[in-house]
Design a protein around this ligand. Sequence first.
Ligand SMILES: [Zn+2]
Length: 58
Amino acid sequence: MTATSQAEARAAELETIYRAHLAACPRRHVGILADCQQGLRLRSAVRAARRAADKGAP
Ligand SMILES: [Zn+2]
């Protein structure tokens, strides 16, 4: 497995976790009214992983 596909798999895994959280959590996650700290952490983790995966792509 290459580093790129590992980063891609990590990003996809985090996105799945984040989407499951959005489905399960009743709090707001977008806009200035967002009030879910766990959701914010998950989203930033998804974005960081996605950035890393994109950066590693050819
Ligand atoms: Zn949440």
